[in-house]
Write a protein that binds this ligand. Structure first.
Ligand code: PLP
Length: 401
């Protein structure tokens, strides 16, 4: 008898299921809006030219393949911290930001979860928004934290439920851990305004909460890496205790290279040494040390003045294509005579749009129009192109009129 005979079949991944159904569809004008990766206007994966150039340069150097240290490639982590916090951040200059390379954003969240579960001296519960990235719950639960939620999105208005969010954050026990999406909230595309961030910061401070920022889309939201780091930098300036997960999957298109970083703003350089030693103790038995190739690419892009400038333009290009597709989709819906208010399509930000479509409408779109998206009505705007946007608008109009 097999050792695994009692292992139950687990549920399939929601997104992978959509991709499979899409692949099996024979219709040549089928549209896949499920994938969470950028596509160019021809619907193809996009390797940023700055990233290609950095990779070519690395290849010609024929570097060795020795292990990185436990916390990764130091030139990469230094530059990643500067990109997030800005080079002029006092906490950076005072040498009180601890940082380790991570297996992209997911790995950073996991290291952070493990660290909090082991060392956070108060309640080991993390509060995440409703809804949130589908993997947050599992990552934090497997790290040893309890996961609870706060209100974030209001279905009726298709926008931020600021009052609900503030109420729930205030009601959480003092010293709770609050997870905030730094920009381009996934899946809703709804971000707080600077004024709303100010209110969130006040409540967090009042309750002595601890903030865990997840920044998976820096630059990808507005097209400007500084602008997208606004909330993080504002919270640092306000003196919050916080940690940060960074991903270079989307903004450098390094998805499969798994490039990310986990950092913590602490009180002093002395405290940094202690915290850093414990981060290493967490990382070492998990994967020993991170992969070097992607981190070297990112470091080359971030450190070379020419490539860095080029990269900023390319990030902006991706963000702008997405913004353009939002406008086109809305425009086509209006031209078709849709009487619905579609303003959220353009007011939301980042890769995803929460359309407000019902699960039934999503099902009809799939079965009758070969348009694929998750049943919560989330579409990946990156899947829209100048070629398919009209047919997409017609299909959405057909199921919503
Ligand atoms: N956090 C959020 C909110 C995300 O949307 C994603 C990816 O979709 C991630 C983290 C982690 O992605 P990765 O591990 O590929 O960097």
């Amino acid at each position: 008898i097999s050792a695994w005979s009692k292992v139950p079949l687990g549920p399939p991944d929601a997104i992978l299921g959509i991709t499979e159904a899409y692949k099996a569809d024979k219709f040549d004008e089928k549209i896949n809006l499920g994938v969470g990766a950028y596509r160019d206007d021809a619907g193809q994966p996009y390797v940023l030219p700055s990233v290609k150039e950095a990779e070519l340069r690395l290849l010609t150097q024929l570097l060795d393949k020795e292990y990185a240290g436990i916390t990764g490639v130091p030139t990469f982590t230094k530059l990643a911290a500067q990109l997030a916090y800005s080079p002029s951040c006092p906490a950076l200059q005072e040498d009180r930001i601890v940082i380790t390379q991570s297996i992209s954003g997911t790995g950073a969240l996991r290291i952070g979860g493990e660290f909090l579960a082991k060392w956070y001296p108060y309640g080991k519960t993390i509060y995440v928004p409703t809804p949130t990235w589908a993997n947050h719950g599992a990552v934090f639960r497997d790290s040893g934290l309890e996961v609870k939620s706060y209100r974030y999105y209001d279905k009726a208005t298709i926008s931020l439920d600021l009052d609900g969010m503030l109420e729930d954050i205030e009601a959480a026990p003092v010293n709770s851990v609050i997870l905030l999406h730094a920009c381009a909230h996934n899946p809703t595309g709804v971000d707080p305004t600077p004024e709303q961030w100010r209110k969130i910061s006040e409540i967090v401070k009042k309750r002595d909460h601890f903030v865990f920022f997840d920044m998976a889309y820096q630059g990808f939201a507005s097209g400007d890496t500084d602008r997208d780091a606004y909330a993080l930098r504002y919270f640092v300036e306000q003196g919050h205790q916080l940690v940060l997960s960074q991903s270079f999957a989307k903004n450098m298109g390094l998805y499969g290279e798994r490039v990310g970083a986990f950092s913590m703003v602490v009180h002093s350089a002395e405290e940094k040494k202690r915290v850093d030693s414990q981060l290493k103790i967490i990382v070492r038995p998990m994967y020993s040390n991170p992969p070097i190739h992607g981190a070297r690419i990112a470091a080359e892009v971030l450190s070379d003045v020419g490539l860095y400038k080029q990269w900023l333009v390319e990030v902006k290009g991706m963000a702008e294509r997405i913004i353009k597709m939002r406008h086109l989709l809305k425009q086509h819906l209006e031209e078709l005579g849709s009487t619905r208010n579609w303003s959220h399509i353009t007011s939301q930000i980042g890769m995803f749009c929460y359309t407000g479509l019902t699960p039934e409408q999503v099902d009809t779109l799939r079965t009758e129009y070969s348009v694929y998206m998750t049943r919560d009505g989330r579409i990946s705007v990156a899947g829209i192109t100048t070629k398919n946007v009209k047919r997409l608008a017609e299909s959405i109009h057909a199921v919503t009129k």
